[in-house]
Structure formats: structure tokens, C-alpha cells
Design a protein around this ligand. Structure first.
Ligand code: AMP
Length: 395
């Protein structure tokens, strides 16, 4: 997948509509942005366009305003933050495709930035309605998608506009394609995938797609217990998807047929209650007592996983290996984060809880790539074509 980027087109004096992911957390108390990382991540593409004399028009969604104008979801705080980060005024339109947007975008000059209001103020956005896509496109001459987090959604601002404008990627999407795409298309071996999280059902597509590519698949977290039960072990009160037992067995068989090693936890930190304060003990996976649930991987498992991961040349990780919301049961997730930080391999983190664990430990800059999209990276790893990327021009 080799998509054109902003560097492959002439942006000089052109009006460029950039779809960003400014869906940042906003404090319900004082309306301030509590984490500006997504805004910071968009700066390189915006700065490149400014440096190359483009007229920049930004758009994004924020939260779920359900197709109605609602000031609670206004991009005003984003415009202010962007002004600070870019050290220049960012004019915010009071609407998306209305009079204010039209006026600001028709007068935007080279080196200036306009931000449209929240695209989800219109219900047509999520419906990918052609007339709304066209109205967005009419304000610009080129389209850049840099919002990987919404690239798995075929909406007007992520996909529809590309029907009317030349469309390329920004640097964020370029980086996602380089690393996530690189891992799927041409990984250095040994290639190890680590999958955790609560449910097998959420990760079936990823497991099926990765089984054809990896050398070892490590399964931890709540998911592992469905696999154990499927093999006839008793798992106490551990989380389990009864309707996925057959599927779990068929995935294990498929892996065997392809010579892919599947590693499940050897031991677990189990407790009688789903609570951070409950007493817990380490037991082997074959000996989970009645009335106890596995809430984290145990020390032998961490050791075994480390042994395998240490030799890897590519590692993809998605999903925590225990109930990481509880400090008592985040030990396995933290340990794996530290192991990945210290190996000589391409390490790719698929967003969500695993990315949060790495950020919390201050290990983000020790990873090769942390995806900016949870759902999007999962669909990418499933091998699905993401509409927000498919619509971009090939190199
Ligand atoms: P996911 O969104 O599928 O990556 O799942 C993340 C969730 O999995 C987190 O909220 C964890 O608490 C949960 N999880 C991980 N391990 C376990 C476990 N052993 N039992 C129950 N939930 C778990």
C-alpha cells in the first residue's frame, strides 16, 4: 500500500482541506483540554503545509454531538490550543459548511489556518452523504487525510470528500502505513504478536489474519481463559465466552497446522473477587480453584513471554494482559511494556489500553510505533481495507 502524501503534490497557494483527529478529552468542569497529544500529533502535517505556502483549512469531529449543533462539542478549545502550538492565529468558523465557513475559507491566505466547526454537527457526516461531502470539498482544492483514528469509518470528511478532490495522506497516516502496514506485509522474523484484552470475539479477525504471518502468538488477558476452557481445563470464575469455545479450538488447530506456536499463560494471579483490594494468589493455569478468577498473568508466564519476545525482530501488541485498571493486576501488562522497551526489535503498539500502559510508564519513546487509532489499528491488523486510506491516491 503506497499512498501519496503531502510531499507528493504541489500545495503552493492551494486551499488544502485537512481531516485531523482533534477528538481530545475535554474537562466537563471548565471545558479545558485535559490531554493535547492528538493536537500535537497533527502539527507536523499542518506546519509542512504552512511552510510550503498552502492555505490551510482544518476539520475534525469531537465527541458525539449526534448531528446537532451543540456548543459542548465545539472545537473552540482546539482552535485556541492550535494557535498556541502553531504560534499563529487559527480562525474558527462558527459552522461547518455554512456562511461563516464559506467566508473564512474563501478569504484564507497563504500561510493562514482556518478551522471548521465539528463535522459531526451535521448528521450527513456519518452517513457519508454526497451533498455534504461536496460542500466540504467545494471550499478547498486538495484533500489531506491525517486522521488515522477515524480512517476505518466511511464518513464524509474521512472518505466522501475524496470523490471531489485530489486526496493524499498526511504524515500521521503515512507513519501508520509504514509501521502497521510494514509489519503485515514484510515483517522481520521472528515475528511475535501479543494479544490480550477481555474478549476473544473482539480479536478473532486479528488472530485469523496474524496466524498466517507470525511465528508465535502470545495470548493473555481475559481472552486466554476461553482457550483454556476449550482445552478442557477448569478456569473457575474467570471471564469466558462459552459460545466461542469451538472457535478457540479451531484457532488452536489452525495455528498448529501452520506451525505457529501459540503461548497461553502458564500461571495466573487469581482472586475470589473482581476488586483491587481482594486477596489474590498465584496458581498454575491447570489449577485455578473453584470460585477464583484469573485477573493477571503470573511470574512464570512473564518469564516465558520474555524469553520468546527477546528473540523477536518484530512485535505487535494489542490488549492488556490483565485487569490493568487495578494496580494489583497490572503487573503483567507493565512487565510486558518494560520487556518491549528493552529489546532490539520493531515494536508496534496497537492503540487502546496497551498504549495507555506504555504512556503511563513513560516508555512511549522506547517503542518503534504507537498507533494513534484503537479501532482503526485493530481493523488494519485484521487485514481490512480502511475506507479513509483506500480513498487516497496511489503513488
Ligand atoms: P480490550 O478493549 O479488548 O483490549 O480489553 C481491555 C479490557 O480487558 C480491560 O478493561 C481489562 O480490564 C480487560 N481484561 C484483561 N484481562 C482480564 C481478565 N483476566 N479478566 C477480566 N478482564 C480482563
Amino acid at each position: 500500500m503506497n499512498k501519496k502524501t503531502v510531499k507528493d503534490i504541489d500545495v503552493n497557494s492551494k486551499k488544502v482541506l485537512v481531516r485531523c483527529d482533534f477528538n481530545v478529552p475535554i474537562s466537563s468542569e471548565d471545558g479545558t483540554i485535559t490531554d493535547n497529544r492528538r493536537i500535537k500529533a497533527a502539527i507536523p502535517t499542518i506546519q509542512y503545509l504552512l511552510d510550503n505556502n498552502a492555505k490551510v483549512i482544518l476539520c475534525s469531529h469531537l465527541g458525539r454531538p449526534k448531528g446537532e449543533f451543540n456548543q459542548k462539542y465545539s472545537l473552540k478549545p482546539v482552535a485556541e490550543e492550535l494557535s498556541k502550538l502553531l504560534n499563529k492565529e487559527v480562525k474558527l468558523a462558527t459552522d461547518v459548511i455554512g456562511e461563516s465557513a464559506k467566508e473564512l475559507t474563501s478569504n484564507v491566505k497563504e500561510g493562514e489556518v482556518v478551522l471548521l466547526e465539528n463535522v459531526r454537527f451535521h448528521k450527513e457526516e456519518e452517513k457519508n452523504a454526497p451533498e455534504f461531502s461536496k460542500a466540504l470539498a467545494d471550499m478547498a482544492e486538495l484533500y489531506v487525510n491525517d486522521a488515522f483514528g477515524t480512517a476505518h469509518r466511511a464518513h464524509s470528511s474521512t472518505t466522501g470528500v475524496a470523490d471531489y478532490l485530489p486526496a493524499v495522506s498526511g504524515f500521521l497516516i503515512e507513519k501508520e502505513l509504514e509501521f502497521l502496514g510494514g509489519a503485515l506485509e514484510n515483517p522481520a522474523h521472528p515475528f511475535v504478536a501479543i494479544l490480550g484484552g477481555a474478549k476473544v470475539s473482539d480479536k478473532i479477525g486479528v488472530i485469523e489474519n496474524l496466524i498466517d504471518k507470525v511465528d508465535t502468538l502470545i495470548i493473555g488477558g481475559g481472552m486466554a481463559y476461553t482457550f483454556y476452557k476449550a482445552q478442557g481445563h477448569s478456569i473457575g470464575t474467570s471471564i469466558c465466552e462459552e459460545d466461542k469455545l469451538e472457535l478457540a479450538n479451531s484457532l488452536l488447530e489452525k495455528a498448529k497446522a501452520k506451525n505457529v506456536e501459540i503461548l497461553l499463560p502458564l500461571d495466573n494471579n487469581v482472586s475470589a473477587e473482581y476488586s483491587n483490594d481482594a486477596e489474590s494468589m498465584i496458581v498454575s493455569s491447570e489449577e485455578i480453584p473453584e470460585g477464583f478468577m484469573g485477573l493477571d498473568i503470573g511470574p512464570k508466564t512473564i518469564e516465558k513471554f520474555e524469553e520468546v519476545v527477546k528473540n523477536a525482530k518484530t512485535v505487535v501488541w494489542n490488549g492488556p494482559l490483565g485487569v490493568c485498571e487495578f494496580s494489583k493486576f497490572e503487573v503483567g501488562t507493565k512487565a510486558v511494556a518494560s520487556i518491549l522497551a528493552n529489546i532490539d526489535a520493531t515494536t508496534i503498539i496497537g492503540g487502546g489500553d496497551s498504549a495507555a500502559a506504555i504512556e503511563k510508564l513513560g516508555l512511549a519513546d522506547k517503542m518503534t510505533h504507537i498507533s494513534t487509532g484503537g479501532g482503526a489499528s485493530l481493523e488494519f491488523l485484521e487485514g481490512k481495507l480502511l475506507p479513509g486510506i483506500e480513498c487516497l491516491e496511489e503513488k
